[in-house]
Design a protein. Sequence first.
Length: 116
Amino acid sequence: QVQLVESGGGLVQAGGSLRLSCAASGSTASINAMGWYRQAPGKQRELVATISSGGRTNYVDSVKGRFTISRDNAKNTVYLQMSLLKPEDTAVYYCNAVGYDRVMYWGQGTQVTVSS
């Protein structure tokens, strides 16, 4: 089992920045890819960014050039640096980990609110 704990959400003005962190514990050696998803009110959860065990990254088009995902394997932590935030980035952000056995794990979510 893997446990994920997010931190770093909050309220920020449009154009501002936030950094989200997600610390993994438990069977961390089983983790392959990690990533961030988000869910805005009334919308489906969507992929924001992923990073493989080897560091390969992938982003949804709407955040390219503004968000950066990174990973510290020694600390079992994944980060999401968010810059040039827009009101449409407002959502609950969820950390995700995928094991080599394709089992998916989720954090509890952290709220990000961007005011205009």
